[in-house]
Ligand binder design. Structure first.
Ligand SMILES: *[C@@H]1O[C@H](CO)[C@@H](O)[C@H](O)[C@H]1NC(C)=O
Ligand SMILES: *[C@@H]1O[C@H](CO)[C@@H](O)[C@H](O)[C@H]1NC(C)=O
Ligand SMILES: *[C@@H]1O[C@H](CO)[C@@H](O)[C@H](O)[C@H]1NC(C)=O
Length: 330
């Protein structure tokens, strides 16, 4: 009996997973983690989450959840910011057009662009009998590297969509053929923390990656990074279909990421934690999955109209929507 109660105390039974939509809060050239304070930053980003997003986001400015007054995410206690590079189409005539974002099939209808955000545990369905520790206030990280010229990480993928529910196969770089329902980019962040640093100079070394593709966990956290955090992942669906009749005559694939990456090996994403109070920890300690976590069980949530109404005004005045002679900032 003694042994049993001890093992129960150590092994948390919770098997929660969050999957939710966040509509677009802004599309602009800001990069508060990598180029804090720089207006404009080097390349264009697609941003979702709270309206506390701005060019600096200094961790000493205080709690993001207190600065923000609204969020584009389903969970109204989540003022975090999530962002990634924007996809462009390059026309044979030399101009570039931004590829619009469409919502995931699994989410409520009407979400304006945006991204699908996951916080899973050890893998999609289990916490592996270990406690999942929510990120502390001020935590931030990035995954991927825009200067990478070869395959970078297990969790950074492209999917050629046959329909908006296609999830396989996961590719390491851009699909080379026309995709009937668009292209999905997937970013899985590392989930093992050093337990000390809210950030690091490269925004990555305070974390350790045990992630494989497709939400499959590859192993335990190492002694250097012993704390198991939620496995954060983004899915972004790009509607490339409207360009499928404009491919260049030599058949080369015409899509690229906003820092002029035609292979996609530099695909990357950024995360700044901003959940209110202990809400994320409460969710990780519960047993809810996906939309069963809404309506106060245990997380407060909001409807699509409220999500879409939250916005951050752009601090960079430039055309990002026309047929552009060059990529913004390039
Ligand atoms: C970002 O927001 C913080 C506090 O909300 C503010 O102190 C800072 O000046 C803002 N930075 C920019 C560049 O707007
Ligand atoms: C390039 O092609 C697009 C799509 O047909 C067109 O709208 C745009 O005006 C063209 N630009 C130039 C410079 O030819
Ligand atoms: C979507 O495409 C996948 C293959 O990628 C297929 O297995 C699935 O049945 C399709 N779903 C629908 C609703 O067409």
């Amino acid at each position: 009996m003694k042994w049993l109660s001890l093992s129960l105390a150590l092994a948390a039974p919770a098997q929660a997973a969050l999957r939710f939509g966040c509509s677009t809060v802004s599309i602009q050239r800001l990069d508060p983690l990598v180029e804090p304070g720089k207006i404009p930053s080097a390349h264009l980003h697609q941003i979702v989450g709270g309206n506390g997003f701005n060019a600096t986001m200094d961790p000493n400015d205080g709690d993001l959840a207190e600065k923000a007054t609204c969020t584009t995410c389903t969970f109204s206690e989540d003022f975090s910011n999530y962002w990634t590079a924007v996809m462009f189409f390059r026309h044979q005539n030399g101009t570039y057009k931004r590829v619009p974002i469409v919502q995931n099939d699994a989410l409520p209808q009407g979400i304006n662009g945006g991204m699908t955000i996951y916080y899973t545990q050890q893998d999609f369905f289990s916490n592996g009998n270990q406690r999942i520790t929510a990120f502390p206030k001020g935590f931030r990280m990035t995954v991927g590297n825009p200067t990478a010229t070869s395959r970078w990480g297990q969790g950074l993928k492209f999917v050629c969509l046959q329909n908006r529910s296609t999830r396989f196969p996961e590719l390491d770089d851009f699909p080379t053929q026309r995709c009937p329902a668009g292209i999905m980019t997937v970013h899985h962040f590392p989930a093992c923390w050093d337990g000390k640093n809210l950030d690091s100079p490269d925004h990555q070394s305070h974390m350790y990656n045990t992630v494989n593709g497709a939400f499959v966990n590859a192993g335990p956290c190492p002694a250097s990074h012993p704390v198991r955090m939620p496995q954060v992942a983004y899915e972004t669906l790009w509607d490339t279909t409207q360009f499928n009749n404009m491919w260049p005559s030599d058949g080369s694939q015409p899509f690229l990421l906003s820092y002029d990456d035609r292979r996609g090996y530099g695909t990357h994403a950024d995360y700044v934690f901003g959940w209110e109070g202990d809400s994320l920890q409460r969710a990780m300690d519960s047993n809810c999955m996906f939309n069963a976590c809404e309506n106060g069980r245990p997380l407060r949530s909001q409807g699509v109209a409220q999500m879409n109404a939250c916005r951050v005004r752009s601090s960079v005045q430039e055309d990002i929507d026309g047929w552009l002679p060059r990529l913004p900032g390039m």
